[in-house]
Design a protein around this ligand. Sequence first.
Ligand SMILES: [Fe+2]
Ligand SMILES: [Fe+2]
Length: 276
Amino acid sequence: MEIRTEAVAEDSSSQPSRERRTRRQLLTAGAVTAAGAAGAAGGYVLHAKRPRWRNPAAEAIPEFARHAALIRQRQSSQTLETVASLRRKYQDPVFGKARVWDMIEKLGLCIDPSDDSLMLTSQHLHVQQILEGMERDGVRDRDLLLIALLHDIGKVMMLAGEVPEHVVGYIHPMGEPARGVGLDQVMFQFGHDEFAYSRLKDHVPSHIAWTIRYHSAMTGAIRPFCSPSEQAVLDNYHARFQPYDLARKSYSHLPRVNLAKYRALIEDTFPQPILF
Ligand SMILES: [Fe+2]
Ligand SMILES: [Fe+2]
């Protein structure tokens, strides 16, 4: 019996040769199996149907982006009532007492479905991408490194079953706040920033807690509403951190950082478990 898998053998796809070989082996194996079932009886020549190469990523990206846009839209249309009820909902601990490092590690289970820069990259890898970027730039500021490690810790809310539009996305001043009023007088969408702030504020210096609370707001968008003391924190921490948070995102870059070093920093900052 002759088995011709010409379509596969002639495949002139631009895939790297190793990958092409693997596909060929798989497809040939499939053709042989089919031939075993059908060809054995008739002894005819099997012409394998020419497989069309479909790039799963090319199909998945627009679908992810569409879904992400929907979540961002729902998040940006939170009302004052929604914000108030979410604040009440998360007043009390959700996870009980936990070591902060353990909560950071839980970010490995968190995917931000609104972020089409990261797509399926975990939030734990996102944090490592930021740390790697800071290391490359020679950032030694302990507080800035702590902000990087802690800023998205609130996304663990998704592991407690919260819908993404109450957790992720950028935040914007709601209503028409007065200039210089101070951000604690301004309402923002509720999300992982506020959740993280509420858990960390009694355990870290106030400028770190403040930066985490407003890290999802654009530096330029909140500057007009900051009080003079907040302006200093904005310049010294928020404005320095945000470029790393935004520009280091990648769905294909695997960062290489020494996590043991950062674990030591977190254990030193939080020697005891805290209420989450
Ligand atoms: Fe964030
Ligand atoms: Fe982030």
